[in-house]
Design a binder for this molecule. Structure first.
Ligand code: SF4
Ligand code: SF4
Length: 479
């Protein structure tokens, strides 16, 4: 009898990448990689690469914690996930980070834009609409951890600074602006005004590559000089900044180490977030079994392309371990030390795969779980890190330690119609507020709920309508 060429690891639900209907999906391990095998009754079989690192994929299961409830849910659970967003009562995690999109317009037309923004779509949300959306986040979260003002390109909104004031008036712990940096590069006074919103404020700066060729392919324009000028200004005013790198396989995934090294030399940069391209909006064609850049592969890139982090440093984030990994380092002068480098090795036991067995030290595990959270504001990260270091024998807090000394690397992988996993999306903690006040996971928003996509989603809902199946008379009814 012949064996299967793979190990059937678990079963989940996904969606057909063609018609978006919910389908069953097998997760299988093969040759150190993880694949999803789906079957749609109409569009047949589909095989998608989920992770290029099966060992890390299995490790994520050891980094789960119970989800935290939002203060309220916004929709009923009716058709089953993912057609009830949201948040419906079946969702397993509150909003660690919520995007408020204040405009559809942009001064770029990036070929990978999930929102399909462009200069041709210059519709800005009114201040009343934005107030309503901000209030919707506050109603769900009480004191939202992180709110990101986004778009389109939010700095094009004619009342941009009024929007920042409105956000600051609400009990939001940490405010971010997601930007392509053009306005910051072109307008010195604009950059200077941003500094007025510090602390509790951060720029989430698009920064995909150190080469114009790669930037051009992703963004449709040569932007390196613009990015450098924006960064120069952010450095001048020391405005906390995260560099956001969208990674495309074979294009800029060889630059992971160079970008981390570059970021470490920037005064204002507190970290880098790597995001593999999500197949959404303008991104469409590719081979799902081969061309996917997965979280596991990005993590391998961080480990092989820099000397800063070791495998035990880059670990799953417990609120959504499938899709988010994180590493912390401390910067003091020219010295960079990963967090685990400060911890006594008798506590950080290493398993064969040289991953940390935090479970064997419950107090440390608790502190790490608290620190490794997307819901962190920089200030609270600083506090948690100090707490963690103080709880560890032989680790000391560097003198004068503050948020300027923290450097955080995040890998954030979003689900799309190919790698979609219902088990995982229920844990999503990065959400978008819909103009009608619903709070919707980033992943499902781009597939089902953005713009006119909802007309098609209503058809899917109809196909998953709850119907009673009348029992046959001669068969017993199980009640
Ligand atoms: S993703 Fe969450 S909010 Fe959306 S339908 Fe599934 S459980 Fe409900
Ligand atoms: S990805 Fe960002 S910068 Fe590019 S078109 Fe979309 S909104 Fe504009």
């Amino acid at each position: 009898m012949a064996d299967r060429p793979y190990l059937f690891y678990e079963l989940t639900n996904s969606i057909c990448s063609t018609c978006l209907r919910r389908v069953e999906a097998k997760i299988v391990l093969q040759d150190g990689r993880v694949y999803m095998h789906k079957y749609c009754p109409v569009h047949r079989h589909e095989r998608v690469l989920i992770s290029s690192d099966a060992e890390y994929y299995e490790l994520t299961r050891r980094f789960m914690k119970p989800g935290q409830l939002p203060k309220k849910f916004n929709t009923p659970t009716l058709y089953g996930c993912p057609y009830d967003c949201g948040l419906c009562p079946d969702h397993e995690q509150h909003s660690c980070l919520t995007l408020v999109e204040i405009t559809d317009g942009c001064n770029l037309t990036c070929p990978i834009c999930y929102a399909e923004s462009s200069p041709q779509r210059m519709q800005h949300r009114s201040l009343e609409q934005i107030a309503f959306m901000l209030d919707a986040v506050v109603k769900n979260e009480g004191e939202p951890d992180v709110v990101q003002i986004s778009g389109g390109e939010p700095t094009l909104h004619p009342d941009f600074f009024t929007v920042l004031e409105m956000a600051k008036e609400r009990p939001i712990k940490h405010l971010m602006v997601n930007t392509n940096g053009i306005r910051i590069a072109q307008d010195e006074e604009f950059a200077r005004r941003l500094a007025d919103y510090m602390p509790g404020f951060e720029i989430y700066l698009q920064f995909d590559s150190l080469h114009d060729e790669a930037i051009h392919e992703l963004r449709g324009a040569d932007l390196l000089a613009i990015r450098m000028r924006a960064l120069e200004r952010l450095n001048r005013y020391n405005i906390s900044t995260t560099l956001v790198v969208t990674l495309k396989k074979g294009l800029n995934d060889g630059e992971i180490g160079a970008i981390i090294d570059f970021a470490l030399r920037q005064r204002c940069v507190r970290g880098v977030t790597f995001q593999p391209v999500q197949v959404a909006g303008r991104t469409r064609e590719f081979d799902p079994a081969q061309d996917r850049l997965t979280l596991g592969e990005v993590r391998q890139g961080i480990l092989s392309q820099t000397n800063v982090f070791k495998p035990e440093d880059v670990i799953p984030v417990p609120c959504h371990p499938d899709c988010i990994a994180m590493a912390y380092a401390i910067k003091v002068g020219n010295e960079v030390m990963p967090l685990t480098g400060m911890v006594d090795s008798s506590i950080l036991l290493q398993s064969e795969g040289s991953t940390i067995v935090y479970e064997q030290h419950p107090a440390l595990r608790d502190y790490l779980f608290k620190l490794f959270s997307t819901s962190h504001s920089p200030e609270s990260a600083e506090y948690s890190l100090k707490q963690l270091l103080c709880c560890i024998p032989l680790a000391s807090v560097p003198e004068g330690f503050g948020y300027d000394n923290i450097f955080r690397v995040i890998i954030m992988q979003f689900l799309d119609p190919y790698n979609f996993d219902v088990r995982s999306v229920k844990r999503s903690c990065v959400h978008i507020v819909h103009p009608d006040g619903r709070i919707i996971p980033f992943d499902t928003y781009n597939i089902f709920y953005r713009d006119d996509r909802e007309a098609y989603t209503r058809r899917l809902q109809e196909a998953h309508r709850p119907v009673t199946i009348e029992p046959l008379e001669h068969l017993p009814v199980i009640s």
